[in-house]
Design a binder for this molecule. Sequence first.
Ligand SMILES: [Zn+2]
Length: 317
Amino acid sequence: MRIKFRIIPLPLQKYDAVIPRMPPQFPKLPELKENAKKLSSGYSGELKVDYHLGMLVNSYTILDDVYLHIHGSNFQIDSLVVTNHAIFIVEAKNYKGTITFDTVLKQLIRSDGKIESGFEYPITQVENQTYHLRNWLQHHNLSHIPIFYVVAIADPETVIKVDGNREEIGKVVAHAARIPKMIRDKDDAFAQAGKPKIEDYKIGKLILRECRDFDINVMRHHEITREDLLPGVICSGCGMRGMKRIHGGWLCKKCRQKSHNAHRNDLANYLLLYGSITNKECMWLLGLTSRSTATRILQKSGLVYVKECKCWTKRRK
Ligand SMILES: [Zn+2]
């Protein structure tokens, strides 16, 4: 059973909220776009791997996007598969072209046919995750559970090469489609060896309870202030910013699209970035001239008013 599902990573949601509000000449815009592109590519790779791991849902317990805390540090794992005898860390990698694992220098080189670029060595990455997970399990009196890792190459067209020990890499790196069988074979071998079974669902639930949300304060990270953002309701039809308020709704001056609730997305994105919004900020964000219209919109958006900060925020779950 899959007991934790992947959502669009919060930092990516934040980049997607900020980028359309940047002036085209803003010096940090290319850097923001580059980060968003990387996160988006990683996310789409993870989704591809999730699809293949779906083959295991009837036999094992699966958690996507696990983010845990132990001894003062946090660690993130793309997918965890808790089988009948062990836990498997699955790290999804989305590369285009040819990748070469250099097992001596512990580096990953990607080539797109013209340019070679270096990347963090995925094996080192999963070894670190294993180390943290082992500590975490120990802390929860589960140190008897064996941990394994696999690196799943999301794109079937990526050519995998090895410079050095091919066998070593072949055991832990594979295209995503091969991963379910690798996990199943290993688990079956444990069963045949008469190893004790573990309660995969119960362990999965324990991990789920301890999971946190991975997040970045994108604004602070890039030193972007509110003054750097441009206001206006963004049209979902053509992407233009600055829809005009008409009776009970919004009109796009460019593509003439009309909408009753075009502002909802802009409000949600603002709350994603700042956690709360004042009436004045709402007027600025939506380009409203009337204070009472802003109040009405905020009231109708299912937000709650907090007296202490004179601001509106999401209802707590
Ligand atoms: Zn439009």
